[in-house]
Write a protein that binds this ligand. Structure first.
Ligand SMILES: [Zn+2]
Length: 236
């Protein structure tokens, strides 16, 4: 069993390693899987390239966002294991927020097992009631903020659209669905992990996937002929 000093040392080493090797690599992955396909697709569309290729590149970019998020989680998990920063009982990672909690109490924040040789004896969650109040406040604040943001976005776009002053890419599906996807996503990634703390990562992933699908749907509904991916050879 490690001591709390040892855990602090491992956490610092993990952080240094992660900053140097995971974050920059993630940016490269995001560029290759998302921004490069989107950029190429945009160029091809402007130069009148085959439609199905631009659509395929667009779809690749969206899958790429999810893939890069998954890759990031995978790398972080591997680095945590390499630095021996996982709970020996439940496998919970002991870096970042979970790491600070573990350092403070000497226990794993998930299964509450003592994981260091010199625990403080402090309970993992000192005051569950206080935490509940804090969580409720956070949920209320987020939902109010996002509802106001959604109304503002619609209040700005819908009149423009009705007056026919909106730029051509602001089609009705975009006007209605984009703000919904964006503010719905922010709400979901704050509220869901509070509701299901044990499935926080799955919640983030699911919320991001739903928001992406809605955003793609809005974009697809706005591009004439998006759904008839006919054989490009037969297109005039
Ligand atoms: Zn544990």
């Amino acid at each position: 069993m490690m001591t709390r000093d040892e855990m602090a040392r491992r956490q610092a080493a993990f952080q240094r390693d992660a900053n140097r090797r995971v974050l920059p690599a993630w940016l490269v992955v995001l560029f290759l899987t998302t921004f490069l396909p989107w950029g190429l697709g945009g160029n091809l569309r402007d130069s009148g390239g085959p439609k199905w290729v631009t659509h395929a590149l667009g779809a690749t970019g969206f899958v790429g966002v999810l893939a890069s998020v998954w890759w990031f989680g995978f790398r972080v998990n591997r680095f945590q294991r390499a630095h021996q920063l996982v709970c020996p009982h439940c496998g919970n990672g002991l870096a970042a927020r979970a790491g600070r909690a573990a350092l403070k109490t000497g226990r794993c924040g998930r299964c509450e097992t003592v994981i260091v040789a010199d625990p403080t004896g402090e309970p993992v969650s000192p005051d569950p009631a206080a935490r509940k109040v804090r969580d409720r406040r956070l949920v209320r604040l987020t939902m109010t903020g996002c509802a106001v943001g959604l109304l503002f976005a619609w209040a700005a776009w819908v009149p423009l659209k009705l007056m026919g002053e909106a730029p051509s890419h602001l089609t009705w599906p975009v006007v209605v669905l984009f703000p919904l996807a964006a503010f719905g996503w922010v709400t979901a990634i704050v509220v869901l992990p509070v509701q299901y703390p044990r499935r926080a990562t799955a919640c983030l992933f699911a919320a991001s996937a739903v928001a992406l699908v809605v955003a793609v749907l809005a974009a697809a509904l706005s591009v004439p002929g998006f759904f008839d991916l006919a054989d490009p050879a037969r297109q005039p």
